[in-house]
Design a protein. Structure first.
Length: 67
């Protein structure tokens, strides 16, 4: 295992598989679930609808969708 900076918060952590610390990974998973739930509930929505309704930035939404 390597020591690296978390790509979410920047703190040092032991990198096993992901490049995020455990706290940021939990937050990322919760955000991804919120985006998925919105998409399932609103199949005709576009990205800007998603941004407005969830409160996530456009950059964050694109990251969650593309990951």
């Amino acid at each position: 295992m390597n020591v690296s900076n978390c790509r979410g918060c920047g703190k040092l952590h032991m990198q096993a598989v992901d490049t995020m610390c455990a706290d940021c990974l939990k937050s990322h998973i919760a955000d991804a679930r919120a985006v998925r739930a919105f998409i399932q509930a609103n199949p005709g929505a576009n990205v800007m609808d998603l941004v407005k309704q969830t409160g996530f930035s456009l950059k964050k939404v694109n990251e969650l969708i593309n990951r």
